[in-house]
Write a protein that binds this ligand. Structure first.
Ligand SMILES: O=P(O)(O)OC[C@H](O)CO
Length: 409
């Protein structure tokens, strides 16, 4: 009798919470849609692409989509042997069409072109856009790919954004392909020219060979990989059960002695990451995080805010990027270590998706990344603990209601 009563109460409790969560989410989305209609596009600071050597590899960092896309297209147009292009989102707009024309032209002149795009992320894109010339080798990543194998592997979206041309030039970072990203989003991407490109090529080749269907050809492994590079690539590969990027962050944060400067589009850190950041503050590290004041995903923003109290009350400084979406997934620590990649600090990226981040151990590149962080800070407003504590009660209650959803993202 008592057990039956408890069961009924739990059932009603769960149903009530789910209903309240659905209500909060619907309200947020309606309010966000209204806000978006009146939102004006405002310019934000960017820098021209900056190039710096890291040992024998030349690293260029981009803060503006238009510059990046021009250089990616130029690389594809100059391709002589291979184009390996992997993107999470591929919009069918002018920019998407531009990339499609470039890879098609490359295939027409005899270049071997291999394309990967994510099925889920592009469901909203007209599917006829993905009818490619048959000379192109195309792999549409389906999240359940790993489930078809035995023993069953973890599912996951392919969230990577990678381009490798002729094994000689590689691109990696936060930019998907789309016109909005070219001018309206502040994101960070890198270009590699030199020995480290072999590792990026290997990232693509391994994925292709592990995931391809019987109709796809196998790709040859690059044979020029180095042991002692200042640039290493951390890959999350659900089908292999490996998620090193989360550990990469935990380890780098743990080593920090002076400063940890993070820029993240969707910051939904788990308790271990919050603990690591707070512990860094406690040993005197200057911990700053730039996040969008309002991202393109209102629910992600609200789930992100669930951790603000834990961060602000323990000395982590939060900076809200104004009037534009900051989509970068970067960090720079102690003027020594930096990362640029595709992984957000959320559960989907850190223990869910296929991702790749470059870790760069080089003081010049770190100085460059600090310069970019400082530039972005100029377009931010600091959120203080006092201000955060004074938000309306309705907001606090809403956060409490949706907080249990945090592990889903
Ligand atoms: O998943 P990301 O980080 O590439 O961001 C993509 C945008 O959220 C698309 O809506």
């Amino acid at each position: 009798m008592l057990i039956g009563g408890v069961r009924t109460a739990v059932r009603w409790g769960v149903a009530g919470l789910a209903t309240a969560q659905a209500g909060v989410i619907a309200t947020l989305m309606i309010a966000d849609r209204r806000r978006r209609r009146s939102r004006q596009h405002v310019a934000f600071p960017t820098m021209p692409p900056q190039t710096m050597p890291a040992d024998e590899t030349e690293v260029t960092v981009y803060t503006k989509g238009r510059d990046l896309y021009d250089d990616m297209i130029a690389a594809i147009d100059a391709a002589e042997h291979t184009v390996l292009l992997e993107t999470y989102i591929w919009k069918a707009d002018r920019t998407g069409q531009r990339f499609k024309r470039a890879v098609t032209a490359a295939a027409e002149r005899g270049v071997a072109v291999y394309l990967v795009y994510d099925w889920f992320a592009n469901l909203v894109v007209p599917q006829q856009f993905f009818n490619f010339d048959p000379r192109l080798n195309v792999l549409r990543h389906r999240p359940w790919t790993g489930l078809r194998r035995f023993p069953v592997r973890a599912p996951g979206l392919n969230h990577r954004k990678v381009l490798v041309v002729d094994g000689a030039i590689g691109f990696l970072g936060g930019y998907n392909i789309g016109s909005e990203y070219a001018t309206r989003w502040r994101d960070t991407h890198m270009r590699l020219v030199g020995p480290a490109v072999a590792d990026l090529e290997n990232v693509f080749v391994d994925y292709w060979n592990q995931t391809r269907s019987k109709n796809h050809t196998t790709l040859a492994q690059p044979d020029q990989r180095q042991w002692d590079s200042p640039i290493t690539l951390a890959r999350n590969v659900p089908s292999l059960g490996v998620y090193p990027i989360r550990y990469m962050y935990l380890e780098a944060i743990d080593r920090a002695r002076e400063r940890i400067w993070l820029t993240h589009a969707y910051l939904i850190p788990d308790d271990d990451l919050v603990f690591a950041l707070v512990e860094a503050v406690e040993r005197g590290v200057d911990v700053r995080i730039i996040v969008p004041a309002e991202s393109n995903h209102v629910v992600a923003d609200w789930l992100s805010r669930v951790s603000y109290h834990a961060l602000l009350s323990r000395g982590v400084r939060l900076f809200l990027y104004q009037n534009a979406m900051v989509h970068a997934k970067t960090a720079t620590i102690d003027g020594v270590w930096s990362t640029i990649g595709t992984a957000n600090i959320d559960r989907l990226s850190l223990v869910g998706n296929y991702e790749v981040n470059a870790e760069v151990l080089n003081a010049d590149i770190a100085a460059m990344m600090e310069g970019i962080f400082t530039m972005d800070l100029g377009n931010c407003r600091e959120l203080t603990l006092e201000e955060w504590e004074q938000r309306p009660l309705a907001a606090k209650v809403s956060e409490g209601i949706i907080a249990p959803l945090r592990p889903l993202l």
